[in-house]
Write a protein that binds this ligand. Sequence first.
Ligand code: KG4
Ligand code: ZN
Length: 336
Amino acid sequence: MPLILTLETTCDETAAAVIDASLNVLAATVASQDKLHQKFGGVVPEIASRAHLENILPVIDETLRKSAVTLAELDAVAVANMPGLAGSLLVGLAVAKTLALVLRKPLIAVNHLQAHIYACKVAFKENPFPCIGLIVSGGHTSLYRCETPIDFTFLGGTIDDAAGEAFDKTAAMLGLPYPGGPSIQRIAETGNPKAYRFPRPLLNEPDRLEFSFSGLKTAVRYLLEKDGVVAAKIGADVAASFQEAAADCLVGKTLQALKMTGMKTLCAGGGVAANKRFRDKLTEAARQADIRLYIAPPDLCTDNAVMGAIAVERYNAGLFEDLNLDIHAGLIRKTR
Ligand code: KG4
Ligand code: ZN
């Protein structure tokens, strides 16, 4: 059975996996850079690319060892070459091209956003396509119409910050460590989600498939800047109220997209989709609206190379790349 090595270096995780054509994961490794970026409260692109350079070969080596697969036994090398931070993408791409050249094996391009949605297929071993795809992470908050695993059409996305960015910035304002999403989730557990009524932008405009998170973040800042408000005292309530508003925006807009398109299946992925409150709200909303819902399991929501299993689809379709393949850093509207 064909074996594919998948590489992921789009942002700040260096990851590799060995996957077979039946989507079985033989081994997977993620080297997180969270500690390096912590003191800056967000990902610093140059630090990220240098860390990828240090980590990528040890991560591949460890993954091959765990899988008991040799380089010579691989049938293809896949790499996420879009979208993401340019310097980070270049490291993975250069390594993948080198391996493909030296091993004389096909090179496969992975679209990171498609991979986030494909994580649902890998996890549930069911075919969710066609579906609406919600990708909600530190760099993206986008809705796509996903006809097949590799045919996506952009429906709408954030007009300012990504949801994960809002979590990260709000956490920083509350003095909580990066990445902000898990920090907010943790302290929100002891907070009152109704303590503050933060804005839910664009939710009352059902025909507009767009998100906006900068107003929500600013509302938190104004609250914290008010005289006498001490972040340490009200942190849990602010975190819970912020998380509630962010989840309402994500769930509300996604339901509007399903209604507008008439689609009945939804897949959600990306780091913010690991959020427990968001998952609970989306599950309940999908149940009420009779939507078939797949949310990637939390460890496949944050960046990983297992979701690069989408390369199997391209392998089976014979969609291989030349060695002059380039990266694509920005938003992608139509994919093939
Ligand atoms: O998908 P991902 O690992 O990287 C990108 O492609 O951006 O997403 C990272 C983002 C960060 O902003 C992080 O704070 C957020 O996902 N995140 C969460 C949670 N876990 C990670 N946000 C909310 N709740 C979580 N549990
Ligand atoms: Zn991602």
